[in-house]
Design a protein around this ligand. Structure first.
Ligand code: SAM
Ligand code: SF4
Length: 454
């Protein structure tokens, strides 16, 4: 996925302009927005769509080889017709993993900055403009968050809020523990303050983010130890905040409290992204997932008991080293028993430095392609079936953006489906009561039941 410093209002004027292009996960989108806010605070203005920018930040993803390689073709494309180029900064996980190698392979890169050091971007740009190659891959103990400008609120009705970073789980295929560092939770008070600033700026839905968001822990204002469910319950008290979501969760960190919150907190949306990766215990053990098929299914069962209409989403990897046809069929079996509302599935990508990269039994590309196709066919069928089950239902949408047709707006249902609705007088940011009238694989249609509901 690619996100282009989204929906920032370009400010005309004589000053320098920038563009932040984020690849990969939602945490990168959040980081990209924070970088954009910091550049604006430093006098830069967002470049208008299609216009040339003086500074381009490529906020990269290292999770799979293809994503990581993409950065080099993007750097090449930044060269202008007259041979000049903007100041180029490479941020994110490729920057962390490849460091100075990036500037060697692509000499036009001026700044390389890791995901824990991007609060220093303005200094690094200044150094680059003095002719230095400015590289900062520090993972300082002091969080970058304190050094970033305070959030002013949204230009959109929804916002991401990173509450937790890094990962201590060390799944054998994954680069995150190396590129994002150890698991750390941001302090409760900082998160409440950031959420309030977002709500004051018009945000009505907040998605709490973390590589293992449900591993978040902290102390509330009275010094009591709380987990993610406690944070969600506190945020739910904020007037003006209508919806709360969180992603991504690890099955082992689905606490009793968090499961109960799904049945008890109205503002917590009925959606859970809970990656399982594979349906064979042998492969899960080789992946170092530290959960079993049985324990995963038990979590799903308990979440569904707490919130019967919850939509379940997941991540899958096919072709992990040593995966046999029988192992893969076990993945199809767990998909059949879980019934996903949506899911992401990937071919295993060999990442240098991870334990799985040197394991025996690397699976051939052709076999991976075949398995991915079969898995995706099943997941698509389930997504379509889930969408069809919502047809006829009355529900609420939060309108997020304009559709292609006149007067058409696109909002999200509680189950994170994109829903198109056309009616006069509706505006982005409205919550509307609708009835779902049609379902396609990726989006739904609806008609309004009444005007804006509070
Ligand atoms: N922390 C989350 C978790 O454990 O589920 C998600 C982290 S990762 C950014 C998102 C997804 O990328 C993972 O759930 C996994 O399916 C996929 N992924 C990670 N490393 C991969 C690799 N080497 N090859 C293919 N897919 C990978
Ligand atoms: Fe990667 Fe596993 Fe950590 Fe998720 S839990 S970020 S897949 S190491």
């Amino acid at each position: 996925m690619t996100f282009d410093s989204p929906a920032r209002k370009p400010v005309p004027g004589p000053g320098k302009t920038f563009r932040v292009k984020s690849f990969g996960c939602q945490m990168n989108v959040y980081d990209g927005e924070r970088m954009a806010e910091m550049l604006e605070a430093g006098g830069y203005a967002a470049a208008a769509e299609g216009a040339d920018a003086d500074l381009v930040v490529l906020n990269t993803c290292h999770i799979r080889e293809k994503a990581a390689e993409k950065v080099y073709s993007d750097i090449g494309r930044l060269k202008r017709e007259d041979g000049s180029r903007p100041t180029i900064a490479v941020a994110g996980c490729v920057a962390q993993a490849e460091g100075a190698e990036i500037a060697r392979r692509a000499p036009s890169v001026d700044v390389v900055v890791g995901p824990q050091a991007y609060h220093r971007l303005p200094d690094l740009i200044a150094r680059a403009q003095r002719g230095e190659k400015a590289i900062d891959l520090d993972m300082p103990l002091d969080s970058k968050f304190g050094a970033l400008p305070k959030r002013a609120g949204g230009q959109r009705p929804t916002a991401f809020l990173t509450v937790q970073e890094g990962c201590d789980k060390f799944c054998t295929y994954c680069v995150v523990p190396y590129t994002r560092g150890a698991e750390t939770s941001r302090p409760f008070a900082d998160l409440i303050a950031e959420a309030r600033a977002l709500v004051a700026g018009g945000v009505r839905e907040i998605t709490l983010l973390g590589q293992n968001v449900n591993a978040w822990d902290g102390e509330d204002e009275r010094g009591r130890a709380i987990g993610l469910d406690g944070l969600i319950r506190e945020l739910a008290k904020e007037d003006g905040l209508e919806r709360i979501r969180y992603t991504t969760s690890h099955p082992n960190d689905m606490t009793d409290g968090l499961i109960a919150a799904h049945g008890e907190v109205d503002k917590l949306m009925p959606f859970l992204h809970l990656p399982v990766q594979a349906g064979s215990d042998r492969i899960l053990a080789a992946m170092n997932r530290s959960h079993s098929v049985e324990s995963y299914l038990r979590v799903i069962e308990r979440v569904r008991a707490a919130r019967p209409d919850i939509a379940i989403s997941g991540d899958f990897i096919v072709g992990f080293p040593g995966e046999s046809e029988a192992d893969f069929e076990a993945t199809l079996a767990i998909v059949r028993s879980t019934q996903y509302a949506m899911a992401y599935s990937f071919k295993y990508s060999r990442r240098p430095g991870t334990p799985a990269a040197t394991m025996d039994g690397q699976v051939e590309e052709g076999v991976m392609n075949d398995r991915l196709q079969r898995l995706q066919a099943l997941l698509n069928e389930q997504q379509q079936a889930f969408n069809e089950r919502t047809v006829g239902r009355a529900t609420r949408l939060l309108l997020e953006r304009r559709g292609k047709h006149d007067g058409q707006l696109i909002g999200k249902s509680p189950w994170l489906q994109s829903v198109h609705v056309t009616a006069p007088g509706l505006a982005i940011g409205d919550m509307v009561e609708v009835r779902i009238t049609s379902a396609g694989p990726n989006s739904l249609g609806a008609e309004p039941l009444m005007e804006e509901v509070a």
